[in-house]
Ligand binder design. Structure first.
Ligand code: PEP
Ligand code: MN
Length: 657
């Protein structure tokens, strides 16, 4: 049982609550849980929950049905997001996939540095490696100890990666804490309770591996030890359990991922290397884990696995790891997630994005990001995907409202949908780009759209006769709606607004087509899930920000303008650009434009024609092009501009898969 105390509880009242519980047969302990002061009570005592809830200083009482409390979803419904490292940009949990990689053991300064560089290039954001190795045989390589940790920290710092390393004793935990960003408790030590208590008390993030023979409940109870001791940042790691099967090193318990995610709010990652033990099979198991909902992976990679001092046969070659990362990136949107990437500094970036306006940049940091709709809208999910769950946000009631908020500076950026893979372009937003020349595109995210039929708790499929959604929601669920021809469709500004209206009215005859997130936000029920006609349903959102005039313009600024780039978009080299243009009304003029692109090796990923407002039978084109690594992209654009008419460069940005 958890007793959450009110924020301003007095020492006296808190003590009275403790005494009340002890008198009724409970063991009590104080906890700080997020912002809450909490008393955890365990034991077989009997208590009147209502009476307890009425004691001074008690805000609420949560009775849990499980032997663990602090790790339980019953205690905390939202996902915990664990932050590792001082920069705070490595997060585990929520809508991201976080990949940890590195060798089994630190073998030398050069080996850990080389591995760090290789895995970083492929997109790993945390460096793993054992300095103290708990080996089954006393004759096997035991690790370089503190020297190894120093080498690892050095490599991590050089590559901009926090480090995670195993700690094998309470004494070492104290010695290691200065150099370690995240402690790993290994499988063999999962139930070393003194170690758990000590490591938990240090307050650093902890990666807790599941013991080879531990049940899910035992594993969660070990995590409970860590939280009870004081840390709030625990990540659970499934790494294979011992079964009768001996072909693989262990048996990866894929089912543990959804099971643990339903029982606990803590992030769950998977170690496919120790689970499988065979290099050629590691990537398949890793992808299965992501498909099953894992929040990330920890993977063993070695530049020369054949020479590795430990676990060479299961360590991936850097090239295999690179391939795995590409596959994860492609799989991520299917499970509604995005692969977390650390920005790769790239000098050429400035040439595309322009220098941040010092005044404008500073003033904009901390301002909210604007989106159209209510809480739970798909646009809000897209926003959180890019800017993080905690990003301050601003709701506006139209797409134009997003452009206005960004232009006047009340929002630092905005998120606008421009295209759905089934229903096509959202022309209104393309038109807005033309009407707001001081707005630039600085980022992109593609979100998988899963539609649900959402209704009041008391509603059923038989009670409903009116369906509300955005017109795109209707278009994307055509096959489903065709089965119910008598339903009346009512269009709304966005899908979450449709849900909010039902929550307000409490009507049982109305349902909405919207995201599951909207149902959750508004406390409604999901009558049917996944009703979109085609599961390959993605909406493409663009991040917009404001251009700054004046100051020394970078190369190409005449076209791109110097726009403010939100730090969370990183500083990777833009690889995609969007433009709008029309062509002179004469034979071959479109061909002449496209020829410039073809000859410069620019890949055209989108070309769409659209009537020009006020000019019947004249058309403009929307184009997306790739920006090659080599060559002067802006020189090509300048040439393109002279060939076309009404050329408008909308922005250069990093495309999402
Ligand atoms: C490791 O990750 O280095 C390790 C030893 O794993 P496990 O504790 O899961 O065997
Ligand atoms: Mn290993």
């Amino acid at each position: 049982m958890i007793v959450v105390l009110s924020k301003n509880v007095s020492v006296h009242d808190k003590e009275l609550v403790r005494i009340y519980l002890r008198d009724r047969g409970f063991a009590v302990r104080d906890q700080q849980f997020g912002d809450d002061q909490v008393i955890g009570a365990t034991g077989k005592g009997v208590v009147d929950l209502r009476e307890l809830g009425l004691l001074p200083g008690v805000e609420r009482v949560a009775a849990t049905s499980k032997p663990y409390e602090l790790v339980s979803r019953e205690t905390k419904a939202e996902d915990t997001i664990v932050t590792v490292g001082e920069a705070g940009n490595v997060k585990i949990g929520g809508s991201r996939i976080t990949v940890i990689a590195g060798p089994c053991a630190v073998e030398s300064r050069e080996q850990i540095r080389e591995t760090a560089e290789r895995v970083r290039e492929s997109g790993a954001v945390l460096l793993r490696g054992g300095a103290y190795k708990p080996r089954t045989s006393p004759y096997a390589f035991q690790g370089l100890g503190m020297k190894g940790l120093e080498y690892m920290k050095e490599a991590g710092e050089a590559c901009g990666m926090p480090i995670v390393t195993e700690v094998v004793s309470p004494e070492l935990a104290v010695d290691m804490q200065e150099l370690t960003d995240m402690f790993q408790i290994g499988a063999r030590n999962m139930q070393n309770f003194e170690l758990l208590k000590k490591v938990g008390s240090l307050g650093k993030p902890v990666l807790l591996k599941r013991g080879p023979s531990a049940t899910v409940e035992e594993w969660l109870l070990s995590a409970e030890y860590l939280l009870a001791a004081g840390t709030k940042d625990v990540v659970l790691c499934e790494r294979g359990i011992r079964t009768f099967e001996t072909y693989t090193r262990n048996t990866l318990d894929i089912s543990a991922i959804p099971v643990v995610k339903s029982l606990s709010h803590l992030p769950v990652i998977v170690d496919p290397s120790h689970a499988v033990g065979i290099r050629a099979k590691v990537s398949s198991a890793a992808l299965a884990a992501i498909a099953a909902g894992a929040d990330g992976l920890t993977v063993e990679v070695h530049p020369r696995p054949d020479d590795a001092l430990s676990d060479g046969p299961q360590s991936l070659y850097p090239e295999q790891f690179e391939k795995l990362m590409r596959d994860i990136e492609a799989l991520a949107p299917v499970v509604g997630k995005e692969l977390l990437r650390t920005p790769q500094p790239n000098r050429s970036t400035a040439a595309f994005r322009g220098s941040d306006s010092p005044a404008g940049g500073a003033a904009l940091s901390g301002k909210p990001v604007a989106y159209n709709g209510e809480s739970g809208a798909f646009a809000e999910q897209a926003l959180m995907r890019i800017f993080g769950e905690e990003a301050p946000r601003m709701q506006v009631q139209s797409f134009k409202g997003i452009f206005d908020a960004v232009l006047e500076g009340s929002a630092c950026a905005g998120v606008v949908p421009v295209e759905n893979s089934l229903a096509g372009s959202i022309h209104e937003n393309y038109d807005l780009f033309l009407r707001y020349p001081d707005i630039a595109i600085v980022g992109e995210v593609k979100l998988r759209i899963v539609h649900c039929l959402v209704a009041d708790e008391r509603a059923s499929m038989d009670s409903i006769s009116i369906i509300r959604s955005h017109p795109q929601g209707f278009a994307q669920c055509r096959d489903f709606l065709d089965k119910y021809p008598s339903w009346v469709l009512e269009a709304c500004n966005d899908t979450a607004t449709a849900v909010a209206s039902i929550a307000r009215e409490g009507a049982v005859k109305v349902a909405a087509i919207a995201a599951a997130a909207a149902a959750k936000v508004h406390g409604l029920k999901i009558l049917k899930e996944g009703i979109e006609t085609n599961p390959l349903n993605y909406t493409r959102f663009l991040v917009i920000s404001r251009k700054f005039s004046g100051g020394p313009g970078p190369a190409g600024a005449g076209l791109a303008g110097a726009a403010w780039v939100p730090p969370s978009l990183g500083s990777e080299r833009p690889d995609k650009a969007s433009l709008v243009f029309s062509v002179p009304d004469k034979p071959g003029s479109l061909f002449a434009c496209l020829k410039i692109m073809a000859e410069s090796g620019l890949n055209l990923s989108k070309l769409e024609s659209r009537p020009i407002e006020g000019k019947p039978w004249e058309y403009q084109f929307y184009a997306d092009v790739s920006i090659p690594e080599q060559g002067d992209f802006f020189a090509v654009m300048e040439e393109f501009k002279t060939c076309s008419e009404d050329f408008r460069f909308l922005g250069a940005y990093r495309g999402s898969l």
